[in-house]
Design a protein around this ligand. Sequence first.
Ligand SMILES: *Cc1c(COP(=O)(O)O)cnc(C)c1O
Length: 376
Amino acid sequence: MTSMNDTFVPVYRASLPTADRLLPYLRIIDEAHHYANRGALVCQLEERLGALIAGSGCAVMSASCGTTALQAAILAQAGRATTARPYAMIPGHTFVATAMAAEACGYQPVFVDVDAEDWMMDALALRKHNLLDQAGIVIPVAPYGRVPAQAAWSDFARDTGIPVVIDAAASFEALTTIAGAGDIPVVLSFHATKAFSTGEGGAVIWSDIDGLARIAQALNFGFLYSRQSRSAGLNGKMSEYHAAVGLAGLDAWPATAERYRLVQQTYHAAAAAAGLADKLLTGPTIAANYALFHADTTDEATAIATALTDARIEHRFWYGQGVHREPYFAAQGPMSLPNTENLAAHLIGIPVFPDIEPQAIDAIVRCLAETVRNHG
Ligand SMILES: *Cc1c(COP(=O)(O)O)cnc(C)c1O
């Protein structure tokens, strides 16, 4: 007999397309003998993503992952770092990949604090940063799949002349509900823990068709329409096999989105009944692959983390303590980003995935409610 008490609930469990769903696409690969370098499946995936996100056929460039998509977007927008402009401005509240991609393009990350309300770097506040005249690239992040603030950053780029690339890695669903492609490149990740996934994969969404060609060039060793390397680059291309996973994933997307919607409904109902409605965040405010409990204090967050662990419910602080606190980046010297540190300590990732059981959600919310009650 297993009861809820001895069942481990993971923070996330990906459900990618099964072998049966992949088979028709794999047979196309067998026929074509084309495995990499922009084959038929990659082009088909970009077209279908374009129709879903950008509203037009050709504003999507796929990549091998979100991090290589970011690198290519940085190279296409700004090139490699120069001695006059060595810095990349990056929010502290993000996944380490944002800073890693900038570093791979030669930039030194400068970590900037985020707004306490929308959790993002503020485009107006950044105009007054004392290192802005040495910044070669600015990389705002749409945390947890929130809607990226494209208009504010478009104004910033126009007024300051500093190129901007938005890391909206988890914002696939947000981009399907707004006009996704704008004049600032927006980067998505299709990693297995994201709501829509190709296993590993990523893309850049951008209305600039010449810009997308520069991204394709950066993703393919600086080659474009020839075998001469004409710009800085890397190997960041998506393979046909990953595109097959993406196409089968898009076939299933309406059903996946509906399952997520039901999970969110169950969470909302349980949280409302427990008086926690304003402390529990799920889609559509954030991406469907995240559910966050927003603790009021670090003490409360610590108590909740302990109670969840005791109940065999996994939790995750998705962005660690802030990227500036990762040992590798902290070696630059101590720095303090108060809003970043508060959010990092107070936003607790709790389990959510397409086939999570309603009983598991009830147990999670019960554990949260009991802890909050005992703590307060
Ligand atoms: C997932 C994620 C990435 C990294 O994407 P990969 O596809 O794993 O390279 C980058 N930034 C943010 C904010 C993410 O959530």
